[in-house]
Design a protein around this ligand. Sequence first.
Ligand code: 13P
Ligand code: SF4
Length: 306
Amino acid sequence: MSETARRIEQLKEKKDIVLLAHTYQAAEIQDIADYVGDSYGLSVKATETDASTIVFCGVRFMAETAAILNPHKRVILPEPGAGCPMADMITSEELRELKTDHPDYLVMCYVNSTAEVKALSDICCTSSNALTIVQRIPADKGIIFVPDRYLGSWIRERTGREMILWNGFCPTHYRIAPSLIEQARREYPNATALIHPEARKESRDLCDHVLSTGEMCTFVVESDAAEFIIATESGIIHTLRKKAPHKRFYPIAPDLVICPNMKKGTLESVLAAMEGTGGEVVTVPSDVADKARHALEAMLTMSAPR
Ligand code: 13P
Ligand code: SF4
């Protein structure tokens, strides 16, 4: 263990800090985190922790979500510049207009959104619970889905529901072109291909399973298959190798399918956040947070096992 990692371990104990990390974070950060997971698992963990401070290794909307769900805890984002371009593809003014045009529709927002957009939504979702939630919404209710047109279209294809989709997308997953999947399938004909629902339909259609990052982690452990083509951000390969060390994982274009925001963090920036010399304490104004919490809690209730 490096000196920086050792110091981080000491400070976790001394300052009552829990370190949460997304599966797209750098390997060295995943290795010192108390919990590594997808955005759903991380929001649940954020509600369960007893620690007084959460250091969130991920992007801003994830830290904001933790802050909204834990108004009495300190949530620190080690890299204040780590945003999510998709989350910024719809503004609260644009969503307000959309709601005015479709007053009878239920508004569902992907967790990859700003706190202001969550505050204007009826319910939130992540990529691992979006399908379950839509299936539990009364069938005659139209749904406005923001901001990811690809996750939205995947749910619409699966459910046949009336859905208005916003035109946002993830630039990282957009780079997973169909030709890259075809090439990987030629190279690894025996591998099972898994793809994230943020990817384009043409690419998804060439894969065997469409799964969130959390679902991929469970799937590779439970599946009989020994080889997998992984079509999502390449940070997850480290997580998958730890979960299933005897299996083989082939990332799609690992140098191309990288989220630059997820990769901003370093052990040094995590340490600085813990020492109080770096990072940002993420806060959400209470009027916005109260409304956004309502949408997040609706997500937790609607996606709970029945
Ligand atoms: P997950 O919900 O699978 O964690 O995805 C979050 C994300 O930002 C994917 O780009
Ligand atoms: Fe946002 Fe895409 Fe990065 Fe996820 S991978 S944080 S959706 S830009």
